[in-house]
Design a protein around this ligand. Sequence first.
Ligand SMILES: NC(=O)C1=CN([C@@H]2O[C@H](COP(=O)(O)OP(=O)(O)OC[C@H]3O[C@@H](n4cnc5c(N)ncnc54)[C@H](O)[C@@H]3O)[C@@H](O)[C@H]2O)C=CC1
Ligand SMILES: O=C(CO)COP(=O)(O)O
Length: 331
Amino acid sequence: MAGQAPTIGIAGAGAWGTALANAAANAGNDVVLWMRSPEHAAALAATRANERFLPGVALHERIRPTAALADLAGVRAVLLVTPAQTTREMSAALAGALPRATPLVLCAKGIERASGSFLCDVVEEVRPGAPVGVLSGPSFADDVARGLPTAVTLACRDAALAQDLATALSGPTLRVYHRGDVRGVEIGGAAKNVLAIACGAVAGRGLGESAKAALIARGFAELLRFARAYGGDPETLMGLSGLGDLVLTCSSAHSRNFAFGQRLGQGMSVAEAAGGKLVEGAATASALVALARAKTIDMPIAEAVEQILSGAWSLDQAVDALMNRPVKSEQ
Ligand SMILES: NC(=O)C1=CN([C@@H]2O[C@H](COP(=O)(O)OP(=O)(O)OC[C@H]3O[C@@H](n4cnc5c(N)ncnc54)[C@H](O)[C@@H]3O)[C@@H](O)[C@H]2O)C=CC1
Ligand SMILES: O=C(CO)COP(=O)(O)O
């Protein structure tokens, strides 16, 4: 990519998009930060802060907020950081604004609910032949924005592109590894959110630390099984996007998925527990379980989360179902 402007485009100025914008700027890039609301863009430009989504964090001087997609046209790569379920509409809008050669890196964690498609496949359908990548790993927006040391993985099928982008985004406090296994990296991010809901529910219900550890270990076994069946490399899942992110989101109430599960465990309804926040695991659970069933992959924890979310099971019924399965060998 020699000769191209060292500018990174970011589409989506929520918590994660804003944190990634600061990290990319700290790594030495100019950044164009797109958001859909012109008023929000004007407020960010005037106050140099994003009080709605990432309060208390100053916007780096190299970030230019905008609501015009055309401003992304000349960038080196665009990170797409809007909710998973907006991937189709956002990549279609970006397809109209970007040259075909501009890589699009998905930073959302999920599976498209309406179609059951992996997000990379959605982007490839909408922008056939254009380069696509995935960035995922254990990374709370607040931690990254505060400059706490964080490591993530960026995957593209084109190994040279993955390495270039990882190098461009790596800075003093964000270390970006690169990998070729796009499918494995995206499965790690999407599936761990569903499992984090289960861990939160266990915490909220007061079922103990032992139960939580068992859920993490058996949840990880589900993740590996699912990835193997859908073409991800199990070794990828043992890294940052997989085990790393599973441990983070299953052990911290700072995770919206965990906190949502915790409130379910305390007896709130699904709507109350979400509290208007983005809970990607709740949006993805049914698609994950449908994909698992389609290939007869045993995912009892993800299945239990889906049954609770659809109202078919109470939490107590889910715990009973998990504990009273036939005794089996540990795999
Ligand atoms: N917050 C975090 O710590 C991390 C979040 N992620 C992932 O990043 C994605 C985004 O999460 P956050 O930034 O935290 O969410 P957020 O709720 O803070 O922000 C979402 C952003 O998307 C925008 N948006 C919503 N619907 C839209 C649409 N239809 N078109 C265009 N823009 C739209 C919102 O206005 C907002 O700017 C999620 O998939 C999440 O799993 C990944 C790693 C860390
Ligand atoms: O993905 C995340 C950290 O890696 C953020 O998790 P939540 O969406 O559960 O807050």
